[in-house]
Design a protein around this ligand. Structure first.
Ligand code: SF4
Length: 189
């Protein structure tokens, strides 16, 4: 279903069509030029799912990481992992992107990690600030925070989708970050 996405498309797409979990991983990567393993897995597989091909993925990650380390170190320590995600190393399993359930229920982020679901794992005050920073209005922020408080993380994410896409009803039951992306692209294109 996914079309082809080039490394230079990622930045604008992240602002329009990424769910909060992936937008946040993207921003961290751009800011810190690094992501820990959990973040690389969650974000890397998502990018594969939206159509980033292996060679482009290597270029994309390399261009960020080499702002912090030399190319040799990247090639030795990180490129294996990316190739692995595309089924080119190890058991050659073609890894699939994580569902919301998996992100919400397993491998909770520790201090310094940026993976996970912001609606589930981010401190509510910080989450609120982030939403305000993304120009969600006061009513919207309140509605989202109510859903978060009730433990309805995917509904909170859906509410965020509705607000940022200017629709009253998203019209789908959210269960996957890549589904969020595809639905967004349908509405915006
Ligand atoms: Fe990502 Fe799913 Fe959480 Fe939304 S509900 S932020 S898509 S993990």
């Amino acid at each position: 279903t996914a079309g082809k996405v080039a490394p230079e498309d990622i930045e604008p797409l992240s602002k329009k069509s990424f769910p909060l979990c992936m937008r946040s991983l993207h921003e961290t990567l751009r800011r810190e030029h690094h992501l820990r393993h959990g973040g690389r897995m969650q974000y890397g597989l998502f990018l594969k799912g939206i159509g980033l091909q292996l060679e482009d993925a290597l270029r994309f990650w390399r261009s960020e990481f080499t702002k912090m380390m030399d190319g040799d170190k990247f090639d030795k320590s990180y490129s294996y992992n990316i190739r692995h995600n595309y089924g080119k190393e190890g058991k050659r399993t073609d890894y699939t992107p994580y569902s919301c359930m998996k992100v919400i229920m397993t491998n909770a982020p520790a201090v310094g990690d940026h993976h996970g679901c912001p609606f589930r794992h981010t401190d509510p005050e910080l989450l609120k600030q982030r939403l305000q920073g993304y120009r969600v209005n006061t009513t919207g922020v309140q509605e989202i925070m109510e859903l978060v408080k009730g433990g309805h993380y995917q509904l909170a994410c859906t509410k965020y989708y509705e607000i940022t896409h200017n629709v009253d009803d998203a019209g789908f039951g959210l269960n996957h970050p890549n589904q969020y992306f595809e639905e967004s692209q349908k509405v915006l294109n």
